[in-house]
Write a protein that binds this ligand. Sequence first.
Ligand code: HPA
Length: 293
Amino acid sequence: MFPESSTGISYEDCKGTADWLLSQTSVRPLVGIVCGSGLGGLADMLKDQVAFNYKDIPNFPQSTVAGHAGRLVFGMLKGRPCVCMQGRFHLYEGYAIQKITLPMRIFSLLGVETVILTNAAGGLNQDFKVGDIMIMKDHINMPGFAGNNPLSGPNDDRFGVRFPCMSDAYDRELQQLAVDVGQELGYGDFLREGVYCVLGGPSFETIAECRMLHKLGADAVGMSTVHEVIVARHCGMRVFALSLITNKAVMDYDSEEKANHKEVLETGQHRSIQLQKLVSTMVNRMEYNNTNA
Ligand code: HPA
């Protein structure tokens, strides 16, 4: 008998949700995609869609942020079976960290092998421009430093090990594939790579905080993705993640710039078509273990 997880949602509950979803659609997804702020258009690319509002899915949390639709969409992307979260959950919405990452466990139980996550982020690296797309090669988990980790609480070995490795969190082959596909599509000028730092939000960073994060080795800062990556890796899925740099983090007391959510959404719309093309081409080209792909 396993103790219940800190979400109050056990392995059996997650399995129940996955089985319920599988009973409603014939799609057997091998790729799970999480759409960031203003990047939900990726889900609209899926063919032969079967979509569920989060509120109709047993045990699923619900999204509360403008610009995040709150639908789980199954369908085919460039011939590959996918499931896509159109709208994700954030710490700043007030959910327990275990709850916002629950969809990763459900992805795993649906049969997903590879998770692709996108987010909007502020650029700390001074070479980055608004509109750049950053391939995440690593992360800094700030809430984790303070003990807020999605794997806190009893570990259920059916999901994964107690102490999972994170030095290989971001799949190297998928990063290389992104570089190759990006070059082919002519995106070389705005495709970057770097380290993403997650904070709790919802307030944007102060100037002193941005300076500190930059000194610590972060290239971009945001309020999502890392928690999901940790849980996805815990259950053994491959991970690839992209940040769209929607604003430059303010590092200078003379600057007139101010981070705001409207700018984040507008930049998302501007680059979203290219981001969708990059992700969908990668999905088509990826190698799959499951031969049904
Ligand atoms: N900071 C934190 N999160 C963000 C930012 C930012 O500047 N831009 C988009 N998401």
